[in-house]
Design a protein around this ligand. Structure first.
Ligand code: NAD
Length: 246
């Protein structure tokens, strides 16, 4: 129960890494706030967290909608009185190589994977600073550190998130708020459904552990970073890739 009664906002929590994180946090005793686009996905994730014994609430909204994010944060504060953890996990891909990428593809990925991370962090920062405690965790990617074919937009956003992490860890660290990023390698979730099998096979061969990651293996890292066990971890980018980039 490392996260007992920690009010934890998790974006993109209806599936994949976000859902696994919500369930892990639920099992660790957190009060889980599920945030995602579709009401059915949010309801199912909330039900799963409650089945795991947690208090859980859901909000169906887009993290790109600043007013909706602000209203959600106000509602959570009104109900639970505090906000302890924000996991900025929601993310999308719109892949195309440089010469083919449209403005729409570029903007969509920057809006969800970068701008919304800024919005969500801004929405909780005053509360965490007033508490003198809090944790913000940002979803980066090995793609943000090393680049990837066809992912100009995604790589820029995921590298930008590392810039956020380092900046906020300096700004908020003195106020008792820790900020860290996780850079997953290739994890078996719906987001990689569009990656061709032969590319996935090549990736598996490159990973020293000879397999892709599971969402729970990222969720475990978020739970550690959110907990007091990580009390001296701040401004870090923790790569969780099976050693892909070694
Ligand atoms: P996923 O596609 O399985 O899940 C993403 C979730 O985010 C979905 O439930 C989706 O509905 C939600 N979402 C998308 N746009 C949203 C919006 N505007 N508002 C609210 N919710 C929104 O993806 P995943 O693989 O679980 O990835 C989670 C995070 O981890 C993403 O930021 C992704 O970039 C990052 N990541 C994933 C991998 C991987 O290999 N799976 C690797 C590195 C980083």
């Amino acid at each position: 129960m490392r996260l007992k009664d920690k009010v934890s906002l998790i974006t993109g929590a209806a599936q994949g890494i976000g859902l696994a994180t919500a369930l892990k946090f639920a099992r660790e005793g957190a009060i889980v706030i599920v945030i995602d686009l579709k009401p059915e996905g949010v309801d199912a994730a909330v039900a799963a967290c409650r089945d795991a014994g947690a208090t859980a609430e859901g909000f169906a909204l887009s993290v790109t909608d600043r007013a909706a994010v602000d209203a959600m944060v106000a509602a959570v504060k009104a109900r639970f009185g505090r906000i302890d953890v924000l996991v900025n996990n929601a993310g999308i891909t719109r892949d195309a190589r440089l010469q083919k990428m449209t403005e729409e593809q570029f903007d969509a990925v920057i809006d969800v994977n970068l701008r919304a991370v800024f919005h969500c962090a801004q929405a909780v920062a005053d509360t965490m600073v007033a508490q003198g405690a809090g944790v913000i965790l940002n979803a980066s990617s090995v793609v943000g550190v090393y680049g990837n074919f066809g992912q100009t937009n995604y790589a820029a956003a995921k590298f930008g998130v590392i810039g956020f992490t380092k900046t906020w860890s300096r700004e908020l660290g003195p106020k008792g708020v820790r900020v860290n990023a996780v850079a997953p390698g290739f994890i078996e979730t719906p987001i990689i459904a569009t990656v061709p099998d032969k590319v996935l096979d090549a990736l598996r061969a490159e990973v020293p552990l000879k397999r892709l990651g599971q969402p729970e293996e990222i969720a475990n890292v978020y739970a550690f970073l959110a907990s007091d066990e990580a009390s001296y971890v701040n401004g870090a980018v923790l790569e969780v890739s099976g050693g892909l980039t070694v």
